[in-house]
Design a protein around this ligand. Structure first.
Ligand code: TMP
Length: 395
């Protein structure tokens, strides 16, 4: 049974940055109710009413995985590790974005699946790219021209697809007998531990735990045999899944992580009710801190126009009443406005200068990279504000 535990209010599509804030474009802005629920049987946490993927993954999709130095390095290391461990002949990625992972393998060995046409366009001349949503029909189409796949990789994508049944059945179809499916997604335990409620937005239809993945893949003749903690996106899990009939055995590391999740209460609805109380408190504290700073006539901006900050801004009702603007390095976000709260987005060259007193870390998951990069700002008295794991000023 699905039970709601968190109401983050009316939210826009996190990646729908607006080119204009004319009356006409504001009238067509899409909003949905962001309610988060817990399934008491499978222990799966999900957005109650997912948005239609056709509205989300369009040819305007803004995120480029290659933008961050941290992520470029992480994908390279992952590719090398997976190559060494599984020695795959054929590799396929579901949600290949701009090719940041697949470019680390020989061209002929890879297949990219990317439904956002603008992203598929980037990789189509580099390697075989299917500009489609992942489903059984596509798996059959690929199999007509290719052998079965030994390594299927999917980072921050499976959690975006509402229909898990179709997704895993299609994976089962195309996976070779001893093939491995590797999924990476933000982990529920990290979110609960660091109170990063902004990991809930339209794209994150699901926030997985090892407990939930173990329960779900079983339904499709698949087996979760290993899991690894990784630091991406404030704490993620990398799941290793094979066919029931293959040779892999459950690792001790998996058993330990499942035990840790049980201790944290990820199989218990009360844990999520407590979490919701903390989220509410975090909102109050952030708004109060910003009000206090604003009273002193200080200039506050937000650093990184992230999808996560869409949740924070709309939940806490933070707009130009608090932030002068948002800075972001992504070219196709610059000159636009944030979804829902309509804060202008500038390039760091234009907006991140000595006039700024405080910068809210929208991209808190890149805190280390950002604090290293912005030493000059901090030295000259500039301060960062974060809400994760607690609302505070980082000096
Ligand atoms: P993500 O958390 O969804 O990956 O998005 C991070 C966003 O933050 C992305 O739009 C790029 C932006 N960003 C900056 O503007 N400056 C930076 O130094 C970093 C690391 C990210």
């Amino acid at each position: 049974m699905k039970k709601n535990f968190l109401n983050l209010g009316k939210q826009p599509i996190a990646n729908s940055f607006l080119s204009s804030i004319s009356k006409k474009s504001l009238r067509s802005e899409y909003f949905y109710k962001l309610l988060v629920s817990f399934d008491t049987k499978s222990f799966l946490v999900s957005v109650k009413e997912p948005v239609n993927p056709k509205i989300q993954y369009t040819d305007k999709y803004a995120h480029r995985a290659s933008e961050s130095k941290t992520m470029r390095a992480a994908f390279k290391t992952t590719a090398l590790k997976l190559q060494k461990r599984f020695k795959p002949k054929m590799i396929m990625e579901i949600g290949s974005n701009d090719g940041v992972f697949l470019k680390n393998f020989p061209k002929k060995k890879v297949i990219a699946i990317e439904p956002c046409k603008n992203l598929a366009e980037i990789t189509k001349n580099k390697f075989k790219t299917y500009p489609n949503f992942w489903n059984k029909k596509l798996s059959k189409k690929i199999l007509k021209k290719n052998s079965k796949i030994d390594l299927i990789f999917s980072a921050n994508t499976i959690s975006h697809i509402p229909n898990l049944k179709e997704t895993f059945q299609a994976i089962f179809n195309i996976l070779s007998e001893n093939g491995v499916l590797v999924i990476e997604d933000p982990s529920l335990s990290s979110i609960i531990k660091i109170n990063s409620y902004d990991q809930f937005y339209d794209e994150h239809v699901y926030v997985f735990s090892a407990l939930a993945i173990d329960n779900i893949v079983k339904r499709y003749n698949l087996l979760l045999f290993d899991v690894e903690k990784i630091s991406n996106h404030g704490g993620s899990l990398r799941y290793f899944i094979c066919k029931n009939s293959s040779n892999y055995k459950k690792t001790l590391r998996l058993k330990n992580i499942i035990e840790e999740e049980k201790k944290l209460g990820l199989n218990n609805f009360n844990t999520f009710k407590e979490f919701a109380k903390k989220v509410h408190k975090s909102k109050k504290q952030l708004v109060n801190l910003l009000k206090k700073i604003k009273k002193k006539n200080k200039k506050i901006i937000s650093y990184g126009a992230t999808y996560k900050s869409t949740t924070v801004f709309n939940y806490c009702r933070l707009g130009i009443n608090f932030f002068h603007y948002v800075t972001d390095t992504t070219k196709n976000k610059q000159g636009k406005f944030t979804p829902g709260m309509h804060i202008p987005i500038l390039s760091p060259e234009k907006g991140f200068n000595e006039s700024v007193d405080y910068a809210f870390l929208g991209a808190w998951n890149f805190k280390k990279e950002i604090l290293t990069k912005e030493k000059k700002f901090i030295k000259s008295g500039g301060k960062f504000i974060t809400h994760v794991p607690k609302v505070k000023i980082v000096s």
